[in-house]
Design a protein around this ligand. Sequence first.
Ligand SMILES: Cc1cc2nc3c(=O)[nH]c(=O)nc-3n(C[C@H](O)[C@H](O)[C@H](O)COP(=O)(O)O)c2cc1C
Length: 214
Amino acid sequence: MSVFDLSVTDALLSTTRSVRKRLDLERAVPEGIIRECLELALQAPTGSNRQGWRWIVVTDADKRHALAELYRKGTGSYLDDGYEEAKAAGAAQDVRVYDSARYLYDRLEEVPVHVIPCIQMRAELVGKPEILWPSMMGSILPSVWSFQLALRARGLGSTFTTLHLNCSDEAAALLGIPDNVKQAGLLPVAYTLGTDFKPAKRRPLDDILHWNGW
Ligand SMILES: Cc1cc2nc3c(=O)[nH]c(=O)nc-3n(C[C@H](O)[C@H](O)[C@H](O)COP(=O)(O)O)c2cc1C
């Protein structure tokens, strides 16, 4: 017997996509839904239960515009180059990803909510990169994914993005983020246009699975 209804949980886990072209840019997102999804996200694990996470929710239009400009500056030619390379290689799935990413790049400021998950630096781990980065990102990214799943369950969508982090200092100045707090990404959040998303094609499990050693 399953603890949860697997048809529901497996559908949620397998169809929560990076949504860009199907974000509803016209529909307002109530603050309460963001708070509800963040409450759920806070059930995720953190190293030593430090809960050093901080969440910046940006709805102010001028700040979203400024973040979108930083996102575009941080992207440089990355998406154009990737698109051309994928096209030349005949990699259809990658072409779709770059095309979708360029769509978001062009209109990030129009997405009604930007969420920037942050994590406090663990000063005692500085100088120990093998444990610093897994501890830092491992203490924020599980909650980010929970947030995205909670959004999906309520008819909203998002994409985990990192390209603005090439200008993270400027974003920190814009939002007043202190030096000891690091941004982990930027999630554009909106209702989705329709709710029927599909599982993605991935590499076969047996290509990447190792039992009892490499
Ligand atoms: C570490 C990481 C960084 C990412 N950065 C970006 C980004 O800056 N912009 C973007 O549009 N998508 C970004 N993505 C989303 C990926 O393109 C997406 O997850 C991937 O194409 C698979 O698509 P799916 O999430 O719909 O399955 C990022 C994803 C991850 C995990």
